[in-house]
Design a protein around this ligand. Structure first.
Ligand SMILES: *Cc1c(COP(=O)(O)O)cnc(C)c1O
Length: 233
């Protein structure tokens, strides 16, 4: 039953992505769909895996660490998309492959130390705050003028790979306008490392706007998994 529901939802999300790519004149092969499985059990990860889904994202280490451990036998890519405290970095570095929420220098150093100690390579995206001067700091991210310094810091840490940028559209304003502000940040990051081409933007409600704004990675929760439940832990 759950398998059939997830299959149908995955199909619908893939159709939306295909339509958005067609409208934007883009190739669907440029897009990576990340299933955001927060509040959902490891069994959902397994079902989606059987349906061909390979990239998964979580926003809280308390929930993500045990879930990733339960799925350690699956060759999947884990994305960490939530605000990250430095005291959680050692734990997150054990299972995450791509960290989307790098927004301050202290965090860059902590991630570099953890990656080297654990002999892991962590791809880091700089989370950019798109809310503008009188916006919504609660959604996190570095101000635009910090993107260059953060990119240089990530590029200089052994164990870290500069991957690109990430953003969450601010509440209460059209996503299209906000996502336009991501392009200069993405260019500033590519100026430091030309291969850092990831643009992580777009959630269930604004994936079309994100595809139109050149997103490469979409973080989709409720459209794939249904309404969120209370936290698992
Ligand atoms: C929960 C979450 C998502 C997914 O949101 P939906 O609206 O459920 O698709 C994407 N990005 C981040 C950072 C999240 O925390």
């Amino acid at each position: 039953m759950r398998r059939a529901e997830l299959a149908e939802r995955l199909h619908q999300v893939r159709e939306r992505i295909a339509a958005a790519c067609a409208a934007a004149g883009r190739d669907v092969a440029e897009i990576t769909l990340i299933a955001i499985t927060k509040t959902r059990p490891a069994s959902d990860v397994r079902l989606l895996y059987e349906l061909g889904q390979r990239d998964y994202g979580e926003n809280r280490d308390q929930e993500a660490a045990p879930k990733a451990a339960r799925c350690a036998d699956l060759p999947i890519t884990w994305h960490f998309v939530g605000q990250l405290q430095t005291n959680k970095v050692a734990s997150v570095a054990r299972y995450a492959d791509i960290i989307h929420s790098v927004d301050r220098l202290r965090l860059v150093r902590a991630l570099g130390n953890a990656a080297r100690r654990q002999e892991r390579v962590l791809t880091c995206l700089i989370q950019v705050n798109l809310s503008g001067p009188d916006g919504d700091p609660g959604r996190g991210g570095a101000p635009a003028d910090q993107v260059g310094p953060l990119a240089a810091a990530i590029a200089s840490e052994a164990g870290l790979v500069l991957g690109g940028v990430m953003a969450v559209a601010p509440l209460g304003v059209p996503a299209t306008g906000a996502f336009t502000r991501l392009a200069p940040a993405a260019a500033a990051v590519r100026a430091v490392r030309p291969a850092a081409t990831i643009i992580s933007a777009g959630m269930s409600g604004d994936l079309e706007e994100a595809v139109a704004a050149d997103a490469t990675h979409l973080r989709i929760g409720t459209a794939l998994l249904g309404d969120r439940r209370p936290p698992l832990m």
